[in-house]
Design a protein around this ligand. Structure first.
Ligand code: MV4
Length: 453
């Protein structure tokens, strides 16, 4: 049953995460195949991989999302496995199935598990049954606006309607009063129907000023599960995270242990194998409630790597080779020190308008406790077709204060010329007394927006 070690992996992604996955493969002695669109011919992942294949035009739908092109590239190069990174095909159960049929290992959970976690209402029901705290709300999909009204009366307003096939903040409606419900239900249903595969809705108690906290997990193919602490991801704007840290100042040791134990049971029962993230909202009383699972590696995984000393991407690959967590991990998981990540985006720091173009000068900081994950270099071109993430700057310190000061000095030594970046916004956030005191929720970044938006 445990498959042989991989000789060659295809990376079905681009940008910094493709480079990150190539790094892990190099350290494991695994050959790599990059795929790229016509817009990415001169991208770093193409240069660093052992082989590279152009899979189509710039538009993602015709390249990084084009399953036949990617499978063909995998077959031509005779790879053993495909690493999907994040975004694109990473949580597509159909693609995971196609890989299986083509006898290529998909580095991720089994298709049925991806599917369960992708149907948000089912993931919520599963977690509730397993004793993980979930928000008061509907049981199963809402059959009608009348049923929604009954449930809302039961739990009290405000409530939030969510698309079962949604996630990441799309297709949600906050309902403050009973008379608004029918109208918002119809809106949410039609939006969900056209944006996602299904119009199914469910309902939860609405938390107006939550913290967004997520637990990093690793599951192997033998029911082994480990919890790698949590990340604080409340510093975001319009569901785009800007800064993440680990651990969260708001999570107590007792809470971490309690949620961790429940998640170990739940994910082992689900047969979860791969790296994954379990998202929670923390209410004003400091209680944590499950909201959804991300069945992939995440952008912000390096903060967890710093505080645990565990290489999450290498772990993903070794899990997919059939190895057990006991073999992969150096010992019991412990958290030490504090790590912060700033997402350096190619965008105007005041308006958030994307800023593609040529980078005419580039210098990344280094030194103790500093890590830069990037695909950028002097004279590279940031294409307008994809997300604007240029680099991730991650700092580690013995405590949060040291990690913050290290981030401030590293930002001051980060040079990107020729385009706008979010660096000045990060500097304003880090200098904010409330940020420094750890007093913030998901509304924090609004104070830096011109019209408070
Ligand atoms: C919520 C919520 C308040 N109450 N659910 C947005 C992303 C998606 N994963 C879940 N989201 C939210 N769900 C209840 N019951 C507020 C949000 C939310 C949010 C969550 C995490 C990080 C940033 C956010 C920004 C606005 C709304």
């Amino acid at each position: 049953m445990p498959s042989a070690p991989f000789k060659k992996i295809l990376i079905a992604n681009r940008g910094e995460i493709a480079v990150r996955i190539i790094s892990a493969c190099k350290e494991l002695g695994i050959q790599t195949v990059a795929v790229y669109s016509e817009a990415d011919r001169y991208s770093s992942h193409v240069r660093f991989a052992d082989q590279a294949i152009c899979i189509g035009p710039a538009k993602s739908a015709r390249s990084y999302l084009d399953q036949p092109s990617i499978i063909s590239a995998a077959e031509i190069t005779n790879v053993d496995a495909i690493h999907p990174g994040y975004g694109f095909l990473s949580e597509n159960p159909g693609f995971a199935e196609v890989c299986e049929t083509s006898e290529i290992k998909f580095i991720g959970p089994k298709p049925a598990v991806i599917r369960l976690m992708g149907v948000k209402e089912q993931a919520r029901a599963f977690m509730r049954q397993m004793g993980v705290p979930v928000l008061p709300g509907s049981t199963g999909v809402l059959g009608s606006p009348e049923e929604a009204l009954e449930t809302a009366e039961c739990i009290g307003y405000p409530v939030i309607l969510k698309a079962s096939a949604g996630g990441g903040g799309r297709g949600m409606r906050v309902v403050n009063r009973p008379d608004e419900l029918a109208g918002l239900f119809a809106q949410a249903q039609s939006e969900a129907g056209s944006a996602f595969s299904s119009p199914d809705l469910y309902l939860e108690k609405y938390i107006a000023a939550p913290r967004h906290i997520e637990f990093q997990v690793l599951g192997d193919e033998h029911q082994g599960v480990e919890i790698l602490g949590e990340r604080e991801c409340s510093i975001q704007r319009r569901h785009q995270k800007l800064l993440e840290e680990s651990p969260s100042l708001a999570v107590s040791d007792a809470q971490r242990a309690e949620i961790g134990a429940a998640l170990r049971r739940a994910l082992a029962a689900a047969g979860y194998s791969n790296a994954g993230t379990v998202e929670f909202l923390m209410d004003e009383d400091g209680k944590l409630y499950f909201i959804e699972v991300n069945a992939r590696v995440q952008v912000e995984h390096p903060v967890t790597e710093f505080v645990t000393g565990i290489d999450i991407v290498k772990s993903q690959i070794r899990i997919a080779q059939g190895e057990r967590l006991e073999e992969i991990l150096p010992g019991p998981v412990t958290l030490r020190g504090h790590a912060i990540e700033c997402r350096i985006n190619a965008e105007n720091p005041d308006t958030f308008v994307p800023s593609p173009g040529r980078i005419t000068g580039f210098h990344a900081p280094g030194g103790i406790g500093v890590r830069v994950d990037t695909w950028a270099y002097t004279d590279c071109v940031v294409p307008p077709y994809y997300d604007s993430l240029l680099a991730k700057l991650i700092t580690y310190g013995n405590d949060r204060g040291e990690a913050i000061r290290r981030m401030q000095r590293a930002l001051s030594m980060f040079i990107v010329e020729g385009i706008y970046t979010s660096i000045p916004l990060h500097q304003r956030i880090l200098a904010d007394p409330d940020f420094q005191a750890g007093k913030f929720d998901t509304n924090f970044v609004k104070r830096f927006m011109p019209a408070g938006k």
